[in-house]
Design a protein around this ligand. Sequence first.
Ligand SMILES: [Zn+2]
Length: 502
Amino acid sequence: MTILIPTPLRAYTGQKATVDVNAATVKDALARLTEAHPELKTHLFGSDGKLRSFVNVYKNDDDIRDLPEKENTSLSADDELSIIPSIAGGTPAIAEEALAEPQVAELPKLSNEEIARYSRHLILPEVGMEGQRKLKAAKVLCVGTGGLGAPLALYLTAAGVGTIGLVDFDVVDESNLQRQVIHSQATVGKLKVDSAELMLKGLNKNVNVVKHNTMLTSANALEIFKDYDVIADGTDNFQTRYLVNDACVLTGKPNAYGSIFRFEGQASVFATEAGPCYRCLYPEPPPPGLVPSCAEGGVLGILPGLVGVIQATEVIKLILGIGEPLIGRLLLVDSLGMTFRTLKLRKNPNCPACGTHEIQELIDYNQFCGIAAPTETGPLEVASHAAIAADLQEKDGIPQISVETLKSKRDAGKAIILDVREPHEAQISSIGATLIPVGELESRIGELKGHENDEVLLHCKSGARSQRAALILKQHGFTDVKNVSGGILAWADRIDSSMPKY
Ligand SMILES: [Zn+2]
């Protein structure tokens, strides 16, 4: 039988997407898998030997937690097991219940210009005049105006959703334009909410754009959400995703969810009365560093377009009360194989958010996700890499040095310089350091043998991965490790302006 390995875990299977094993039960199959690829073990199982809660295992399209025999479920040769870790994303009656349904008479009227504009909707019986007026009355909040938020907001605006709320605090960066089609070259450097408003108003002058130029936090989420009918989660990090989920459950707003990583995406509709929430699927976030962000791992520019349009479709269906929303189903999109699969999701009666309702207020999501409060990289779309000028103090016991200090130490030729980026990144730009990607550091630590007491300077693209790598070296007994703050981007800014930035 075959086990499908998701992209974030392929680093531990020698980049294999599938592993074939002979096994009679799910438990056996996972044991064979971790025997063949021992590094997977700590990623799949906790120290108590139980499957980690952010790793879900599916036999064909069923979550094994929902099958009576759980891990002892038997397998036959043509069964497929899928490992679905969280990724750095019903019925018409339910949908109608989830939305406050205004009486038809109270719905806003359409002008002649709007009737002409939406004529292709008006001749669809499932939309029609009443549906178009529901769209005009609807208020949708897009959390993030990045890769997912761009197609979401554009298509919702084109379709005639009356009010679009935008939450973002970032500014448009050139590196966003590969996928964030709501921004343009003309708005690089401008606030994303302003840039997005310009594009949306250009597309449909009737749309009411409400800008929330802020980071979504536990302090403001409930206040912002209360004015909207549907929330569309276009974030790219776990702390905001759990925040959006819990705020949706607390305010009773459906969450049209999407997430993307490299070539793969997920979509669902969470937090409806009858269906599960994101916490039912993933009770806990993965530990920091296990799942790289799109800024680290990359993303095919077209993929957020695909997934964001799926989210927009779900939003429209929820507003109109038509079709079968992705409530209780997780859609998996693989753009390389161009395959779409749906897995069944069930509401977890023990879910602290939507099951036991133990969560009565929003918590500290940075702490929940085990990360420091965001600093140079924001919690929505990670885009800007603010240059950090001087040498800084320590972070988690690791001294942080500037690129200027790195240069003087490199020129003196004493320290060992380690680049922990991926080989294809080193092809874009390099300062000639030894290359060991952070994901391979533990297994290749022998290559640094004998240097435990030497000064080791670590760099990556912007300083986050090399900080993690420094902590790994420290755990392995290296006594003098330092992290280069700002990474090779700071080097390109301040030491070598001919170096390309990516
Ligand atoms: Zn739940």
